[in-house]
Structure formats: structure tokens, C-alpha cells
Design a protein around this ligand. Structure first.
Ligand SMILES: [Fe+2]
Ligand SMILES: [Fe+2]
Length: 247
């Protein structure tokens, strides 16, 4: 029997064994042509609840961060990276229980989580959270992870709508951040290397280029999550009633 220990040789062996799993660097192909100003008006009661919930959180975020967009991005990206992982987990469990294909949902949701984590890794190079914000991140994660876990279990449609409306707000916030940079009220500093590598930006890219890339990602998440809601609606509409066979 082989016991794991922390010897350097064993650690190197394990690290080398992990590399072939996926040796590619993390990169993102941004969509510069994606529609930015897009809003889906809430139609159903659950849409209206999702919309009101997101607007309430936006109100508190605006009061707390005001125009400190770098800090806002760091704190809120720690929250934004949660739903994709939770949704991916639930879709994975559902595919196992129902023994059916996931139609690409799991990878899409995990990709969203990874993408949001890269937003965080980028903005942490631009703004350092203060000690209060660090405690806030821990507290919010504790509450939000559990909230979203049960929301997805009980009402996946509303959960995706909440994320879609979060993303609409994220697009709006990054547009405001861009306006601050363009007006010269925020230094257009050189882009962090991690952002240049991830979005494959030119070597002389600046903060403005990073914000444009991040905003396009948020717009994509918005569209994907609104699409997931439509998919759930259409599956429900076409599902045969209990006890009846499909024609
Ligand atoms: Fe993000
Ligand atoms: Fe996002």
C-alpha cells in the first residue's frame, strides 16, 4: 500500500500526472460585436421577483462602492463566480439521476464560473480590497452560496433569471467604469499580464481594453442565462403530463 506524504518527489510526481489532463493555458476568445445595451423586461411573476431582488442588491452595491469601480469589481466578481459552479453541480447531479445527456449545460456553466474567476484574478491586480471588504467577501460567500444552492434546487428557472439580471447590471457597471476611464477620472493603466494572456490582448493593452473584454463576457453570460430560462420553459411546455404517454 502506498501512503501519501508531502515529500518533494511525490509532489512532483502528482503535479506531472495532473498536467496531461489539460495542458492548455487559460484563454478566452472575446466577442467584441456582442450587443451591449440589451434588457429583457420581466414577464412572469418569478421574473419580477428575480428583477426586484437584483435591483435591491444593486441599490446596496451603489451605496457601498459608489464610484470605486476597481473595488466593486473585485468584491462582486467573488460573488459572480458562484452561480456557474452551483448550476454546473446541479446539472451534473440531474444528468446522473435522470441518466440523460446534459445538452452542454454543465460545461457552459463551469466555463462561466471559470471566466468570472479570471475576472477576479484580473481585477485583484488593479485594486486591492481593504480588510473590511475581505471580511465582507467571506460573509457574502457564506450566505450567497447557500442561498443560490437552494434556489437552484427549488427554482432553477428563477436562479438563471437572477443571474441574467445580475449580468445586465454588470454590463451597466462596466459601461460606467469605462466612462470614468474615458473621462480621465480613472487612470488608464497598462493591462495586467494575466489579462493580456487570457484575452490574448496586444502587449500594449490598457485598462480600457480589459474593461471592454470583461463587459463582453458579462453580456455573453446575460444572453446564455436568459437562453437557459427559455430552454427550461420550452422543456416544460413539451413535457408529457404525468401518467400520459407522448403522442
Ligand atoms: Fe464578471
Ligand atoms: Fe458575468
Amino acid at each position: 500500500m502506498r501512503f501519501l506524504s508531502n515529500t518533494d518527489t511525490q509532489r512532483n510526481e502528482i503535479c506531472n500526472a495532473m498536467k496531461p489532463f489539460d495542458p492548455r493555458p487559460l484563454v478566452r476568445h472575446s466577442k467584441p460585436d456582442i450587443a451591449i445595451d440589451s434588457h429583457l423586461p420581466p414577464a412572469t411573476a418569478s421574473d419580477k421577483i428575480a428583477f426586484a431582488f437584483v435591483k435591491l442588491l444593486r441599490f446596496f452595491a451603489d451605496r457601498f462602492f459608489a464610484k470605486r469601480y476597481g473595488h466593486r469589481a473585485v468584491v462582486l466578481e467573488t460573488v459572480a463566480a458562484v452561480p456557474g459552479m452551483v448550476g454546473g453541480l446541479w446539472q451534473h447531479l440531474t444528468a446522473l439521476r435522470k441518466m440523460r445527456d446534459d445538452d452542454g449545460w454543465i460545461r457552459t456553466l463551469l466555463d462561466e464560473a471559470e471566466n468570472e474567476r479570471m475576472h477576479l484574478m484580473t481585477f485583484i491586480e488593479i485594486a486591492q480590497p481593504n480588510w473590511f471588504e475581505r471580511y465582507l467577501i467571506v460573509a457574502v460567500q457564506l450566505v450567497f452560496y447557500n442561498f443560490y444552492f437552494f434556489l437552484y434546487l427549488l427554482a432553477p428557472r428563477t436562479a438563471h433569471r437572477v443571474v441574467a439580471y445580475f449580468e445586465e447590471e454588470a454590463v451597466y457597471s462596466y459601461t460606467q467604469y469605462l466612462a470614468e476611464v474615458d473621462a480621465g477620472r480613472h487612470d488608464n493603466i497598462p493591462a495586467p499580464q494575466i489579462a493580456i494572456d487570457y484575452w490574448q490582448l496586444p502587449a500594449n493593452a490598457r485598462l480600457r481594453d480589459v474593461i471592454l473584454a470583461v463587459r463582453a463576457d458579462e453580456a455573453e453570460h446575460r444572453d446564455v442565462n436568459h437562453f437557459f430560462v427559455s430552454e427550461l420553459d420550452s422543456r416544460k411546455a413539451h413535457r408529457p403530463l404525468e401518467g400520459q404517454t407522448a403522442p
